[in-house]
Design a protein around this ligand. Structure first.
Ligand code: UDP
Ligand code: MG
Length: 323
């Protein structure tokens, strides 16, 4: 029996809050399934947790829903876990949500309504406000999206979460994207179709703390930039052009000064400054290009994005109403 909707939940060291989360998710999903005559499944992807999340997930009761547990061979990161979930989801439509309780399962019915009744292909949750975050972080996020969307054909919406539903054709479109460096939010907005934002207020993390520290976020930002935007390269080129232009003008000015007014050349300091500016800029731009080259290398190596160590399917025991 193929489910109508799969709910993909990546897990990384979420054992502590998992039983409670699972109960909430099951209640919300079963109610939704009953109300609409849909069959649903949950796909837990254990992303190499070290706290036994995988074993715990495999032992969870399948309350009227099929529960798949896909355990990856190590920690591959959330993006890889989401892809593993998409690959294993048997449903035509797929929903994604975090397993830390920050994405309220009760929103399933809103997402299903937008997909089923209003014909949206992608409905994604967007943080209603960011006032709880530090101003520096908000500025960083703002700048990041400005750069990301600079000259882009499809805008990647600001503040969107991975919390979203994809209709069958949107999920199909995503499945056809085989690139290895994945920025899920970007990919699912790039495919087009009918998309809508749903404002939501993320709950506090039920247990533990976020695994996305500053460095990891920076890594994700580079991922997003290099796979969605040539803007950094263009900015680098523009900056280089401006710098070269200024240098040329200044050079010309010195010549004029020397020839017509006999002013002696101001030497050492200006040379050092010039050297440092040019040297620094060149290194920066090389590093930037290196980021793009690294992505090319990893795409060419074409390694699998993840490996599955264990896969369990816990079939629903409750009898479902067949249409
Ligand atoms: N996660 C994952 N692999 C990782 C890091 C996180 O699968 O390497 C999962 C995690 O279990 C959670 C979701 O991704 O379900 C979001 O992670 P987190 O809450 O740490 O991030 P934040 O909410 O701060 O974005
Ligand atoms: Mg979280």
């Amino acid at each position: 029996m193929i489910p109508d909707l799969s709910i993909v939940v990546p897990l990384y060291n979420e054992a502590e809050g998992l039983p409670v989360f699972h109960a909430r998710l099951c209640a919300a999903a079963t109610a939704e399934g009953r109300a609409r005559g849909l069959t649903l499944e949950i796909v837990y992807v254990d992303d190499g947790s070290r706290d036994g999340s995988a074993a715990l997930a495999a032992g969870l009761p399948a309350d009227g829903l099929d529960v798949q547990v896909v355990a990856l061979s190590r920690n591959f990161g959330k993006e890889a876990a989401l892809m593993a979930g998409l690959d294993h989801a048997r449903g035509d439509a797929v929903m994604f949500m975090d397993g830390d309780g920050q994405h309220p399962p009760e929103m399933i019915s809103t997402f299903v309504r937008l997909w089923k009744d209003e014909g949206y292909d992608v409905a994604y949750a967007v943080k209603a406000d960011r006032s709880d975050e530090a101003a520096s972080r908000r500025i960083f996020v703002r700048l990041f999206y400005k750069l990301l969307n600079f000259g882009a054909a499809t805008r990647i919406p600001e503040d969107a979460a991975d919390f979203r539903i994809l209709s069958p054709r949107a999920a199909g479109a995503l499945r056809r994207m085989t690139e290895r460096n994945r920025f899920f939010k970007g990919l699912s907005s790039w495919i087009g179709y009918k998309q809508i934002a749903v404002p939501y207020r993320p709950a506090a993390r039920a247990h533990g703390s976020t695994s996305f520290n500053f460095l990891r976020l920076l890594g994700l930002s580079m991922e997003a930039l290099t796979s969605f935007s040539p803007a950094p390269l263009r900015l680098a080129a523009a900056f280089g052009a401006v710098l070269a232009g200024l240098a040329l003008l200044y050079g010309g000015w010195i010549v004029v000064e020397r020839l017509f007014w006999g002013i002696p050349l101001p030497g050492y300091p200006s040379i050092i400054v010039g050297l440092m500016v040019i040297g620094g800029t060149q290194l920066l731009v090389m590093g930037l290009m290196g980021e793009y080259v690294a992505r090319i290398l990893s795409e060419i190596k074409a390694r699998p994005v993840y490996y599955v160590a264990d896969h369990a399917l816990n079939r629903a025991v409750a009898v479902r109403q067949e249409p």
